[in-house]
Design a protein around this ligand. Structure first.
Ligand SMILES: Nc1nc2c(c(=O)[nH]1)N[C@H]1C(S)=C(S)[C@@H](COP(=O)(O)O)O[C@H]1N2
Ligand SMILES: [Mo]
Length: 275
């Protein structure tokens, strides 16, 4: 006979909320609202509370600059949107701290002006201003899911452009096999950089083939507005079929390389974080 002893975190099946009920509740909060409009319009009092409990200094969702873009209907997430307040106050961004509540710490990080270095195996290594880059691409909105290895996930309406468009602008040579993304490391405004046991700066990479996939996306906005700093302003990677740690935030350098990089989390713990 098998005796199943429940551990502290296990609950009986009959006590679990059926998924349909959970999704129904979420739908009330987030879906069908013309993306963002209804969520952003929720009452400020209600906005002080979310499923994670009360949080201090909640961001003002209405303060971000609008960045509307036509919806790419090819992507159907099959889930209700995560409320904007949750997606923008529950983050991973170790440059600002090890907790999920770094949105307040990220307030002082300035993203203007912003330049991105295009380096390595390209026709012309150079620097490009963020605003200049925006003029060379066509923005679209797409709703995709994003999942962290820590077991939480979000469904977010991103605004941005395919990574493939950026590759075209960079003009890589045939020697390029990987793209390495290096992200901002500003000691003055990023207290996490003082934790010297991390291999700063945060680095991630994809193969050229992955970069060509239409799912690979550079996000510059979410919920119809520019990205908040805590979510990776002014530009971050969005790779919906990969875990969240691949989604490098605040990209400052894009290097085309013949060699596969070792990414930030892989350097720390190769057993848990692959390429
Ligand atoms: N620069 C930088 N980018 C980062 C991280 C980070 O610590 N620093 N964390 C990653 C991890 S583990 C996740 S899950 C996602 C979280 O993105 P979100 O806060 O927009 O949900 O950002 C990724 N990008
Ligand atoms: Mo993550």
């Amino acid at each position: 006979m098998i005796i199943h002893r429940r551990r502290g975190w296990e609950i009986a099946e009959r006590e679990a909320t059926p998924e349909a009920v959970v999704l129904g509740r979420r739908a009330l909060l987030g879906a069908g609202a013309g993306f963002g409009a209804m969520i952003a319009g929720a009452s400020p009092a209600a906005a002080q509370w979310n499923i994670f409990g009360r949080r201090p200094n909640m961001p003002d969702l209405a303060a971000r600059k609008p960045l509307p873009a036509p919806m790419n209907a090819a992507y159907v997430p099959g889930r209700a949107l995560t409320p904007e307040l949750e997606a923008t106050t529950y983050n991973n961004y170790y440059e600002f701290g090890e907790s999920k509540s770094i949105y307040d710490a990220a307030k002082g990080f300035s993203v203007e002006p912003w330049t991105i270095e295009i380096a390595g195996q390209v026709a012309k290594p150079r620097k490009i201003g963020f605003e200049d880059l925006l003029k060379q691409v066509t923005l679209q909105e797409r709703v995709t899911r994003h999942r962290c290895v820590e077991r939480w996930a979000m469904t977010v309406p991103w605004v941005g452009f395919p990574l493939a468009d950026l590759v075209k602008i960079a003009e890589p040579t045939s020697a390029a096999k990987f793209i390495i993304f290096t992200t901002a490391a500003d000691k003055k405004t990023m207290p996490g950089l003082n934790r010297s046991y991390y291999p700063w700066p945060y680095v991630e990479g994809v193969t050229m083939e992955e970069a060509a996939n239409d799912l690979s996306f550079i996000s510059v906005g979410m919920y119809g507005k520019v990205l908040p700093t805590q979510n990776g302003a002014p530009l971050r990677l969005t790779l919906p079929w990969k875990y969240g740690f691949k989604h490098a935030k605040a990209i400052v350098k894009i290097e085309f390389s013949a060699k596969r990089p070792v990414s930030f989390w892989e350097a720390l713990n190769p057993g848990e974080y692959g390429f």
